[in-house]
Write a protein that binds this ligand. Structure first.
Ligand code: HEC
Length: 374
């Protein structure tokens, strides 16, 4: 049942962002029209909104804090190099877009001032999609898709509250009794999966509200922390542990503290907490903070909640186990309550973790639409 849950999660992670983006190919309802609609334009409009661009630049010609994108593509932009001296015309094209984003103050659009536009570090695919949206805005663009908080807020509520409610003793007893343990876990997975799906779809649909700017160095926070988080997932999910779903009985075994559990009794949850925390610096918009913050809250709250439930259910066996372990990593080891013991199997786990990390690093832009490497 646990592997089913994991599979469901992985399927959702892989499918949901793709479902939101890839298959929204514009229908060609005018086959004789001059310009083929570019399927990337829709993506581009979404990315312009997500990166905050359309907060300053309109796609429909209306005035704003920055020059409009409407009817500019393919023409000439008049710029002042370095913000001083005479102006000169430059082609308004993909290269100009890339320069404007990477170094906004190197060429200032005529009539505007330097220091207003924040620089951004965008990967080539993002720029391609944005270029397609700008090109479309020059031929009469449809409005950017309407944004909404509904799915994200509903997703966080279902995901976080679903976890706490369904696993709370009284609810669990009332449902798991008549349903049976297997079907109860399935229900649990479906509720969690639904919440996760809504969160992922909602992250895409939410308006962009910047809380802190996207600075290039922030991309290093997840790069530095994720190897540890992935290792905690791989070690955590593959080590018998009474804190894991459906594995309470491990506490009653002769040697309940094995491998990574000596470091912390919640290795996988620490993996989720570190994953969420490390993704906050580069994602300072409200929707991302709700998304990643939701996981952090669930992971940290989950440690406390699981400990309480296990203590109530297992009594003496839990006390023995809890005495030899700690929630905060390395506390039990530092206090001499347990010893670190690792074996050959852990070498294999390390290798798997390294492969998973490198795999995630290189498929991040495909899975989540944002490049992991700066
Ligand atoms: C805080 C407001 C703001 C944000 C956010 C912003 N810009 Fe700008 N942008 C400006 C201003 C103001 C100018 C004109 C001054 C200049 O050229 O730097 C400008 C200029 C530009 C130009 C040149 C426009 C022209 O007519 O010559 C492009 C292209 C551009 N921005 C793209 C983007 C993209 C893409 C994003 C998102 C990654 C973005 N901007 C985010 C304010 C903003």
């Amino acid at each position: 049942m646990r592997s089913l849950m994991l599979l469901l999660w992985i399927a959702l992670l892989v499918l949901a962002p793709g479902a939101g983006r890839a298959d929204v190919i514009a229908l060609d309802d005018d086959p004789h029209g001059a310009a083929e609609p570019d399927p990337r334009a829709e993506d581009g409009r979404r990315l312009l909104a997500r990166h905050g661009c359309t907060g300053c630049h309109s796609l429909d010609g209306s005035a704003g804090p920055g020059p409009t994108f409407a009817d500019r593509w393919g023409g000439l932009a008049t710029v002042q190099v370095g913000g001083a001296g005479p102006t000169r015309p430059v082609p308004y094209d993909r290269a100009y877009l890339a320069r404007a984003v990477a170094a906004p103050d190197a060429e200032i659009a005529d009539g505007w001032s330097a220091g207003l536009m924040p620089a951004a570090d965008l990967d080539p695919e993002t720029l391609d999609a944005m270029a397609a949206a700008l090109a479309e805005a020059a031929t009469g663009a449809p409005e950017p898709p309407p944004t909404s908080w509904t799915a994200l807020v509903a997703g966080v509520l279902v995901f976080v509250l679903g976890h706490f409610l369904l696993s709370a003793g009284p609810v669990r007893r009332r449902l798991a009794g008549p349903l049976g343990e297997g079907r109860f876990m399935l229900l649990y997975s479906v509720v969690a999966g639904l919440g996760l799906y809504l969160m992922i779809v909602g992250l895409d649909a939410a308006p962009y509200v910047e809380l802190w700017p996207r600075l290039p160095w922030t991309a290093h926070a997840p790069l530095a922390v994720m190897p540890l988080a992935v290792a905690l997932w791989v070690f955590g999910f593959s080590t018998p542990n009474p804190t894991a779903a459906g594995r309470a009985s491990v506490a009653e075994q002769a040697e309940p503290v094995r491998g990574v559990v000596a470091i912390t009794r919640h290795p996988a949850l620490w993996g989720f907490a570190l994953w969420g925390l490390s993704h906050l610096p580069p994602n300072g918009d409200l929707a991302s903070v709700v998304f990643f913050g939701g996981f952090v809250a669930l992971a940290l709250g989950g440690m406390w909640h699981i400990d309480r439930r296990r203590a109530a259910r297992l009594g003496e066996a839990w006390r023995g186990f809890a005495e030899q372990t700690s929630v905060v990593p390395f506390v039990a080891v530092a206090r001499g309550r347990t010893r670190l013991r690792f074996g050959v199997g852990d070498l294999a786990r390390l290798v798997i973790a390294a492969v998973v990390f490198v795999g995630l690093l290189h498929t991040h832009h495909l899975l989540f639409g944002v490049a992991a490497l700066p």
